[in-house]
Write a new protein. Structure first.
Length: 542
């Protein structure tokens, strides 16, 4: 065995008074060796990201280490002054954050942000920094790097922004790379590309990688060893194959069982045609003006999209970012207006309505958004957030609030109407979003990536809740996702979209087991861990 590059020993980190528990992590120990990828796995609140923050010297205010050691290159990182810790960050230890849009400066060009890393550590003469930034962008596979280096973060896609973050983390060739959920919000093909990139860079540079995730599919793709955490404690630590194939702890087994199954979905009989929603030849074009970095251009977000949704049916709309699936959902709930085509709900042409006429019909179709925290007003108690729709539609305030209490109980959050959104976990906030969508007694719910950012066990609970509510309230469901495996779990039919067009549609079982289009097969192939059968590619520690 080589010496460990990072050794965490008996680490305990205290949370501020009033938190849901006393310690974020309690008495944890593990090591990261050169040339390996250690995956730290657990649900939200397990302590995995707090551990990474302790290593980086970036613990939030009020969160403090109370015992233990974090040894790196002969130094206890917990004892370092901020100036010395800052010198290590980037140079010896690099970090990729979960959300690049918040980690990148929106007012700085990409090249300048990478060059700033060299400037902060006085690593290169100023005349060489942009050239090295360009080399890094090429190394991480950014398309058209000469253009990307002059772009602002908002001009890049999510996957491209994550590649920029990787380039910044690797700029000074650190010995240890910490990747904190870097693929969670990405579609499956982009996620597969980022995982392959991290794995290839790790092998090429022989770095140690500490990869934080909640997804065992990701673990199957890239891990050498696995550390499973829950409620601030380590429950299991071992090689990837041992943990995946012979999990010793019941919690590890529960996490593995919560992964969407690769087994064939059940055969569902086609529903008797009783159309609720009819979409015909829908088109939507987005146009952008000319800028310094981009010429004026137009993007065909929806291209002649047509389908019918029957009463009581669940249709999955599947595709990558940019496929048009979210634009389709927003057009159906009339947050976007299509350029042409028809949307007919219950015999009423929604696409041609406006003003008061549209408001009278809108209660029939409601939306559950991907990010419930962004869609809830942080200053409004959740009971009122749910009641606002009925009140706006003429329901008495007391009656609407009583209905909000009932709906919160229905989604498993009884008695929580007086709490604010920040007092809930991500999964609980998604339940609030579902309760709000139900408040106006809709016939159709559009769920836009409603489970994509959730832990696998919470994801399974929300999917089960949606299925239960669908039966209880006689709902129809349009389920938008980038993961065919998730869609196959709960959908009667699946529609696959690429670049604004429908490329395949059919019964969920047929599309999952026998995809006809090459793009559908590509989406299935890209699902992390789908082909785990003792990969021999994991790096061996010598």
């Amino acid at each position: 065995m080589t010496d460990a590059l990072l050794r965490i020993s008996d680490l305990t980190v205290a949370l501020p008074p009033g938190a849901d528990r006393e310690y974020a992590v309690e008495d944890i120990s593990y090591e990261v060796f050169p040339g390996e990828i250690l995956c730290v796995v657990g649900e939200s609140g397990s302590g995995k990201s707090i551990t990474a923050s302790a290593v980086m010297g970036l613990l939030p205010r009020g969160v403090r280490p109370v015992s233990g050691e974090v040894m790196f290159a002969g130094q206890d990182l917990l004892q370092l002054k901020e100036r010395k810790h800052r010198a290590l960050r980037g140079k010896e230890i690099g970090m990729i954050f979960q959300e690049p849009m918040t980690a990148l400066n929106p007012l700085m060009r990409v090249g300048d942000q990478i060059a700033e890393v060299f400037e902060a550590h006085r690593a290169l003469p100023s005349s060489e920094r942009q050239a090295r930034a360009l080399e890094l962008l090429k190394e991480v596979g950014i398309p058209q790097p000469e253009r990307a280096i002059r772009a602002y973060p908002f001009e890049l896609s999510g996957g491209q922004r994550q590649r920029v973050m990787i380039a910044m983390a690797l700029a000074l060739e650190p010995k240890l790379l910490i990747a904190d959920e870097p693929t969670t919000a990405l579609d499956v093909t982009t996620q597969a590309q980022i995982l392959e990139l991290i794995r290839d860079l790790q092998r090429h540079r022989q770095m140690a990688v500490m990869f934080i995730t909640h997804d065992f599919g990701v673990v199957a793709e890239i891990a050498t060893r696995v550390c499973v955490m829950r409620h601030g404690r380590i429950l299991e630590l071992g090689s990837r194959d041992d943990v995946l194939d012979n999990p010793r702890h019941a919690y590890t087994r529960a996490l593995l069982e919560a992964i969407p199954s690769d087994a064939a979905p059940p055969q569902r009989s086609p529903l008797a045609p009783s159309p609720l929603l009819e979409v015909s030849q829908l088109n939507r074009v987005f146009r952008s003006g000319r800028s310094l970095f981009k010429p004026a251009r137009s993007v065909q977000a929806l291209d002649d999209v047509s389908f019918t949704l029957s009463r009581g049916e669940t249709i999955g709309i599947v595709g990558e970012s940019g496929s048009g699936k979210s634009t389709l959902g927003r057009c159906i709930v009339r947050l976007e207006r299509p350029d042409s085509g028809q949307i007919v709900l219950n015999g009423v042409p929604l696409s041609s309505l406006s003003g008061q006429e549209l408001r009278r019909q809108r209660h029939q179709v409601q939306m559950v958004f991907q990010d419930p925290y962004a869609s809830l007003n942080p200053r409004t108690r959740v009971g009122m957030a749910i009641a606002q729709g009925p009140i706006a539609n003429g329901v008495a305030r007391a009656e609407a609030l009583a209905r909000a209490d009932e709906l919160l109980a229905t989604v498993g959050l009884e008695g929580s109407a007086d709490r604010f959104p920040h007092e809930f976990s991500g999964g609980q906030r998604q339940r609030i979003g579902i309760a709000r969508a139900l408040a106006l007694n809709p016939e159709l719910i559009v769920a836009d990536e409603a489970v994509s950012a959730l832990d696998v066990s919470i994801q399974a609970q929300v999917l089960e809740l949606l299925e239960d509510l669908k039966q209880r309230f006689s709902l129809s469901l349009l389920f938008i996702t980038h993961d065919l495996r998730v869609a196959a779990q709960i959908c009667d039919r699946i529609i696959v979209m690429q670049k604004g067009r429908i490329v395949e549609q059919g019964l969920a079982r047929d599309v999952f087991l026998n995809p006809q289009d090459a793009y559908t097969r590509q989406l299935l192939e890209a699902i992390p861990g789908r082909h785990h059968a003792h990969h021999d590619e994991a790096t061996t520690i010598t």
